[in-house]
Ligand binder design. Structure first.
Ligand code: PLP
Length: 397
């Protein structure tokens, strides 16, 4: 870890204090620095800053105090040496691949990834000589079988979106290490409040800060966390030059989000578990996907790997897309939006939104049924959420 002081603090203290250094004004809340560039005391100092001989601010594409505070705080929460903030979750994934891979390298990735991540790999990065194979996240043997001599990276989300399938981080970290590949974990669904993949052997953690880190659906942003060599040099090197970096205003919003992250994640998880149990008991509903349910096929791995189930519940309606759309259109309280990780509960039809640009074959591979509905459970009273879904379910025929 980068800072001995943060090291000594427990999680909740890091969440509200790590990274903050007060300016001469003595402000209690973190300041926002909306400046594109910084003034040097002399030509010699400018030269020393640019060459890296002297640390300090240069230009906000790669050095901004508000963004740095966010980076240090998230690094402390993930127990990583270094964090770099990005303009979005997708640019965090792009920067990780562009910063650490070269043409001819091979990546083994989970079949169950965020839709845009699969498209980035298959339709864009594959045009630049990177090779991808996709395997079932829970099948450690399939990951091992897909590894080749040129495999440099294993990439996964756990739990996956939207089916909450888990990958065994410890087992895959061991596999990656034996083949000299990097294990990259998109920790969007659990956040460091529930799961810290770097402590389980992963090399890099990716975030879409847009989701739970913000927590109130306000800003788009992302982050990459890991050690100095991979993140502080490889990923940062790409970002500094190519530029998809985080704005200081967004960094400030995310800082405020981090302060309540653990409280919110516990509350999201409690509401989601209650909703998943309620859905499982309804006969209009088919399979329910939630790691906290005893019926989840990887319930024991979930209990070992994450400290609660998280806020995302998915379930199937036997009536396919028509039934899913009727249910969604019948809700009054829930927001029909593809975002997740908000205090406000959101409801989504993955097959026609988040995973709508995949081919039907790719969707089938990822297990996205036409009757699948995803709910990102918010912080409203659980009885109001159930009541809204009960009246919407009653209208589905
Ligand atoms: C939303 C999301 C992303 C992409 O993040 P953006 O901030 O929307 O670019 C990546 N991974 C997962 C799991 C997500 O849910």
């Amino acid at each position: 870890m980068s800072n001995d002081e943060f090291d000594a603090w427990r999680f909740a203290t890091r969440a509200v204090r790590a990274g903050q250094t007060r300016t001469l004004e003595g402000e209690q809340s973190e300041p926002i620095f909306p400046t594109s560039s910084y003034v040097f005391e002399s030509a010699a100092q400018a030269a020393a800053r640019f060459s890296g001989q002297e640390p300090g601010n240069i230009y906000s594409r790669f050095t901004n105090p508000t963004v740095r505070t966010f980076e240090q705080r998230l690094a402390a929460l993930e127990e990583g040496e270094r964090c770099v903030a990005t303009a979005s979750g997708m640019s965090a994934i792009l920067a990780t691949c562009m910063g650490l891979l070269s043409s001819g390298d091979h990546v083994v990735a989970s079949k169950s990834l965020f839709g845009s991540t699969t498209l980035l790999f298959n339709n864009i990065l594959s045009r630049f000589g990177l090779e991808f194979d996709f395997v079932a996240p829970s099948d450690v043997g399939a990951w091992a079988a897909a590894i080749r001599g040129n495999t440099r990276m294993l990439f996964l989300e756990t739990p996956s979106n939207p089916l909450t399938e888990l990958a065994d981080v410890t087992a895959l970290a061991d596999l990656a290490q034996r083949h000299d590949a990097l294990l990259v974990v998109d920790n969007c669904f659990c956040t460091p409040a529930l799961q810290r993949p770097l402590t389980q052997g992963a090399d890099i953690v990716i975030h879409s800060a847009t989701k739970f880190l913000d927590g109130q659906g306000r800003c788009v942003g992302g982050a990459v966390v890991g050690d100095q060599a991979t993140v502080g040099e490889g990923v940062f090197g790409f970002l500094r030059t190519a530029g998809p970096t985080m704005s200081p205003f967004n960094a400030w919003v995310f800082l405020k989000g981090l302060e309540t992250l653990e409280l919110r994640m516990r509350a999201h998880s409690a509401n989601a578990l209650a909703l998943a149990e309620w859905l499982e008991a309804r006969n209009e509903v088919g399979r329910v996907f939630y790691p906290g349910l005893a019926s989840h096929p990887q319930h024991s791995l979930a209990a070992r790997q994450q400290s609660a189930g998280g806020g995302i519940v998915a379930f199937e309606l036997p009536g396919g897309q028509a039934a899913a759309w009727q249910l969604i259109d019948g809700t009054r309280l829930l927001s029909i939006t593809a975002n997740l990780g908000d205090t406000k509960t959101t409801i989504t039809h993955p097959a026609t939104t988040t995973h709508g640009r995949l081919t039907p074959e790719q969707r089938a591979e990822a297990g996205i049924d036409d009757g699948l509905v995803r709910i990102a459970v918010g912080l409203e009273d659980i009885e109001d959420i159930k009541q809204d879904l009960a009246q919407a379910l009653a209208a589905v025929r």
